[in-house]
Design a protein. Structure first.
Length: 407
């Protein structure tokens, strides 16, 4: 039991690290090429026939970049394709979702106060929603709305708001925001895999065969790339949200997520306009600030006090072995004395308004449900209590370790 818990925790850390690294690579290259494309000088008659050019300096060297609308007169033997950054980000993110929210579904995915889902049903909803989201989005893009990008973006926003609300009806607040981010990221990566890259390959094949490529492929890819551009910042917020209960643990977390998508638009619009040398739309910062203040106001609305029937009921059958294990009585006293002043429906510790990470440790059911976290954070490590503010003794940590290893 000891080895499994530690190995599983480090596996999660490793996959999370990989996910962050690949996301940095994808977002970095995406933002760079967007800024490059918008900032190209197109008022020059270039002998090469290129559409525009830019001179840049970095790392002590000078770079002369030219962009061709179709291709140069002679195709190079080697092309660098920017695709694996996107693919590896999604794959590592999917693996992390499975490790945290599927394998740990009873703790992180299912909110029994909202709906009585089985773990299997919750996982099916989790996986199916990502697939259905891409299919619906793709159908809309291929419809007549593809020629009305503004209307299409507004409709996409409506879909994201509906999904945000829907996820919050069945999942924990933390899982709901994370899944909304995964829903959006799936659309972004699928755009690259199913649309942008295949269209680019068709263009390259036509050029190598001496055929004139159809302009529609570039137009389609541009539409999807634009969507990815404006969706990136909200996805980052949603990926980080699981660390901040004020984002995911409030009654209006679904609306907070919706407003974050609006902030993503205002912020990206500012930088896109600046990179295109079309002035500085400073009004976007005022709009962003107003939205952010509204988000803070929504996050401060206290959750309605809900009397959860399972608190007073018997411990669920699958958790009974945890509370009947040898040493549980002593561990319960330790947790109630050292941890529950913060991890309770109404924390008594100064400055704590809601239980950190929305983890409660005030009942047998909640202590049993969080057994592994208690073991990892307060047993074999001293992460909790933070700064050991409640003076948990080494002997008490040893009791936690002995109890958990005896499960």
């Amino acid at each position: 039991m000891y080895d499994l818990a530690v190995i599983w925790s480090w596996l999660e850390f490793a996959v999370r690290w990989l996910h962050v690294i690949t996301a940095v690579a994808w977002i970095g290259s995406s933002f760079y090429f967007i800024a490059l494309d918008l900032g190209l000088w197109r008022d020059r008659n270039l002998a090469s026939g290129a559409d525009g050019e830019e001179w840049q300096v970095h790392g002590g060297g000078f770079y002369h970049v030219q962009k061709y609308l179709v291709a140069p007169a002679q195709m190079p033997d080697h092309l660098v394709w920017f695709k694996w950054e996107s693919y590896s980000t999604w794959l590592s993110g999917a693996a992390l979702l499975m490790i945290v929210y599927w394998a740990g579904g009873e703790l992180y995915l299912i909110d029994h106060a909202k709906t009585d889902l089985s773990l299997f049903a919750a996982i099916v909803i989790s996986a199916a929603s990502l697939t259905v989201g891409w299919v619906l989005y793709d159908i809309l893009c291929k419809s007549a709305l593809g020629d009305r990008p503004t209307v299409l973006m507004l409709l996409l926003f409506v879909i994201l708001v509906i999904m945000s609300w829907g996820y919050n009806q069945v999942f924990t607040g933390r899982a709901a925001l994370l899944h909304l981010g995964a829903f959006t990221a799936t659309i972004m990566t699928a755009n690259v895999f199913f649309i942008i890259m295949p269209n680019q390959r068709i263009v390259v094949a036509d050029l190598k065969a001496g055929r004139a490529p159809d302009a529609k492929y570039g137009k389609i890819a541009k539409l999807r790339s634009t969507h990815n551009n404006y969706l990136t910042l909200p996805v980052i917020f949603l990926m980080l949200s699981n660390h901040y209960p004020l984002a995911f643990g409030t009654p209006y977390s679904w609306l907070i997520a919706a407003l974050v998508f609006l902030m993503g638009v205002t912020i990206r619009h500012y930088f896109n306009t600046m990179h295109a040398r079309q002035g500085a739309p400073n009004w976007t910062w005022a709009a962003t600030a107003v939205i952010f203040v509204l988000i803070m106001a929504l996050s401060s609305v206290p959750p309605a006090h809900v009397e959860e029937a399972y608190e007073d009921a018997a411990v669920p059958a699958h958790l009974k072995p945890v509370v009947t294990a040898e040493g549980y009585g002593a561990v319960k006293d330790i947790v109630l004395g050292r941890c529950s002043m913060c991890h309770a429906p109404e924390p008594s510790y100064d400055g704590i308004l809601w239980p950190p990470k929305m983890v409660r440790l005030d009942t047998d059911t909640e202590i049993a449900r969080n057994a592994r976290l208690i073991y990892l954070h307060s047993g074999i490590s001293t992460a909790m209590p933070p700064g050991n503010v409640t003076w948990m003794e080494p002997a008490e940590r040893a009791m936690i370790i002995a109890w958990y290893k005896g499960l």
